[in-house]
Design a protein around this ligand. Structure first.
Ligand SMILES: C[S@@+](CC[C@H](N)C(=O)[O-])C[C@H]1O[C@@H](n2cnc3c(N)ncnc32)[C@H](O)[C@@H]1O
Length: 311
């Protein structure tokens, strides 16, 4: 089955186009070749299941665990993988990866994939509010049950200082203070994504607008979902549950995500728990970027778990 979603109006949309699939398979493969044990692969951000689908084709894996905080992704994957008896799906935050894996005693975790960011489905669904290109509700929550504050509440209830800080730190936006000020002055009138778009446009010079919009939406998304905390905590937990010779692959889409992955890998390499496989982040081929522009900012890092030496 391909990555296609059929909605109620019978329109056919792509749920997601998986990024750097061949590279993900390449970096995971040493962990799954010639294995004798009962093994698990964890797709911690299963989305539309594009990576998992390929992994099921390439490797013989006893148990595949798919996690996604978005119920729509899990419902989609339940349909997509219904013929697979070895695929177990969890609508959970990936920070719970250790508790989820505890359910599979006697199996070795040999591969873990984190593919951060949003799926095409999330970006293109106006009611989710992730995109500055379509008018939608200012939501941006990955989980509509675990998280209560939407982007709208963050904008309406936060202080000027907090908004300026998240735009600067999570968005790395140079007009952070100016945009925060405009938003605060007009916040009673803000209800939709386009209200934010118009205020940002009215604040920054024309040549900086597109980048500023991407950065402000990125900052709001990170704040709504507590993303940096989740990435760092889950990555460290994932490394702890990985078996020796098991591999972890992370796909990041902006510098804050990539820096976190780089630092966590580095700290674990210093502690001799990980061997870093990719000295520099691997980027997609030009042909992939041409076919799928969403891949253009992708950076892949991979590492292998080392055997622990008792002191
Ligand atoms: C880029 S998509 C993954 C696409 C997937 N690799 C594929 O091939 O279709 C990222 C996914 O991560 C999920 N996600 C984001 N934060 C999460 C979290 N804290 N826990 C679990 N899933 C999360 C999103 O809901 C989204 O479906």
């Amino acid at each position: 089955m391909n990555n296609v979603l059929t909605n109620t109006s019978q329109e056919v949309n792509v749920f997601h186009v998986p990024v750097m699939v061949d590279e993900v398979i390449y970096y995971l493969s040493p962990a799954f070749n010639n294995q004798q044990e009962k093994v698990i692969f964890v797709d911690a951000t299963i989305g539309g299941g594009g990576h998992t689908e390929k992994i099921l084709q390439y490797f013989k894996i006893d148990i595949v665990v798919g996690i996604d905080w978005d119920k729509d992704a899990i419902d989609y994957c339940k349909r997509k993988f219904k013929q697979y008896k070895n695929v177990y799906l969890f609508n959970k935050n990936y920070v719970e990866i250790d508790c989820i894996i505890n359910k599979f005693a006697g199996y070795q975790v040999k591969g873990i994939l984190f593919d951060y960011g949003v799926s095409l489905y999330q970006l293109r669904t106006p009611s989710r509010g992730f995109s500055y290109q379509t008018n939608g509700i200012l939501d941006m929550r990955f989980s509509q049950t675990d998280l209560t504050k939407r982007a709208k509440e963050i904008i309406k209830e936060s202080s000027y200082e907090y908004l300026a800080r998240i735009f600067k730190v999570y968005g790395e936006e140079r007009f952070a203070r100016k945009i925060a000020l405009t938003i605060c002055k007009n916040r009673q009138k803000i209800n939709t994504t386009m209200d934010v778009v118009n205020l940002v446009k009215s604040t920054v010079p024309q040549h900086s607008r597109r980048k500023a919009l991407a950065r402000i939406f990125q900052a709001l998304r990170i704040a709504v979902n507590n993303e940096l905390y989740n990435i760092q905590t889950a990555l460290q937990k994932a490394i702890s549950i990985l078996s020796p010779t098991g591999r972890i692959v992370c796909l990041s889409y902006h510098s804050l995500e990539d820096r976190l992955v780089k630092n966590v890998f580095k700290q674990n390499a210093q502690l001799k728990t990980l061997k870093i496989i990719t000295k520099k982040p691997v980027t997609p081929l030009i042909a992939e970027i041409q076919a799928n522009p969403q891949a253009r900012s992708a950076k892949l890092r991979a590492a292998e778990k080392l055997e622990q030496i008792n002191a």
